[in-house]
Design a protein around this ligand. Structure first.
Ligand code: FES
Ligand SMILES: [Fe+2]
Length: 336
């Protein structure tokens, strides 16, 4: 009998649960209807606290909490003043790009204030009925745009905006990796077969084809996945937009849509069943949706940078290589 291989590669002792920084990209912040003009609130996202607000013209903004003047936390007592966010301490006012627009008691504005923004802000916008923020550790402007999603943006033809939110003690890449890990579909979820998977990568996008057209996925960076399910003559779409709350905690959010089959009761029922199936709520099924089982794994696993794979596994290493483009080294003050 040979001894167990205690190769460093196989030992779990040095492994970490979440070895990566927050990835760069567009991320869901909240549903648009949850932030009214004039509202100011604190949110935890991207491993820090932010002040989220909507100015009186309806434009959302997201800023670092600490005022560049004397460091007051703008999210405690700050208010919206027209198009500006006003710090409670001495009423300095900022626009959504972080420019200081007003110091009510200064005869001359400090020169640095005229040169550029002084308060760190994130590019934010409303799309799909949601607020989105662009996160980049070095404040680089967005390098891609959020795509057009007919299911979310067409005024008619789509129904069933069921939504869900789940918290997972893991990082985004682990959750996204499930998309290419087709073997777990059979063994963890109880799918009848290991479906074939085809993945294509182009810049920040990844296209997935699971089961020869059964699921067609359109992935836009680390924060937005659009998965089209085709089954029994119907289609249903799962739009998922997971948030990196901290380096090791993620908030999974999803919307489910399908064509308006209201003139065909059987199709409508089937579309609803497919949606139930995605979240594991379908009655009398042997397979388990992600709610029941994926979290069990995510909440406790460690990340193996050099996994032991076999020929039946999906294209996990290619996926990881693609995802690594979203990890950007933060610049130090000296480099900036
Ligand atoms: S600390 Fe914000 S205005 Fe003075
Ligand atoms: Fe899964």
């Amino acid at each position: 009998m040979s001894a167990i291989n205690l190769d460093q590669r196989l030992s779990s002792r040095t492994l970490e649960r979440h070895p990566f920084p927050i990835p760069t990209g567009w991320f869901f912040v909240d549903y648009s209807e949850n932030l009214k003009p004039g509202e100011v609130r604190n949110v935890e996202l991207f491993d820090q606290e932010w002040v989220l607000y909507r100015n009186e013209s309806g434009v959302p903004g997201m800023t670092d909490p600490y005022c560049p003047h004397l460091g007051a936390h703008i999210g405690h007592g700050g208010t919206v003043c027209g198009d500006h966010l006003r710090c409670p301490f001495h009423h300095w006012e900022y626009d959504e790009q972080g420019y200081c627009k007003k110091i009510p008691y200064a005869k001359v504005m400090p020169p640095i204030v005229k040169k550029g923004p002084i308060l760190l802000t994130l590019p934010t916008l409303d799309k799909y009925g949601m607020i989105w923020a662009w996160y980049h550790p070095n404040c680089v402007a967005p390098t891609w745009e959020l795509p057009y999603i007919p299911e979310m943006e067409d005024a008619s033809g789509w129904v069933g905006s069921r939504r869900g939110t789940w918290s997972a003690n893991t990082f985004l890449q682990e959750i996204a990796e499930n998309g290419v890990d087709v073997a777990h579909l059979k063994f963890l979820h109880g799918a009848p077969i290991i479906p074939p998977v085809d993945a294509a990568y182009e810049g920040h996008r990844m296209k997935l084809d699971i089961g020869h057209g059964y699921i067609l996925g359109d992935i836009h960076g680390p924060g937005l996945q659009v998965m089209h399910f085709h089954q029994n003559g119907i289609t249903a779409t799962m739009i998922s937009y997971t948030q990196p709350v901290t380096a090791g905690r993620s908030q999974m959010n999803m919307s489910f849509r399908h064509p308006d089959y209201s003139d065909d009761a059987a199709k409508f029922k089937e579309a609803e069943r497919v949606v139930d199936h995605m979240i594991g709520a379908a009655a009398g099924e042997s397979s388990a949706g992600f709610e029941a089982v994926d979290f069990m794994v995510w909440n406790h696993k460690k990340y193996r940078p050099k996994p032991l794979l076999c020929d039946g596994d999906g294209p996990i290493l290619k996926f990881r290589k693609w995802f690594s483009q979203f990890y950007v080294e933060p610049q130090t003050a000296a480099q900036a």
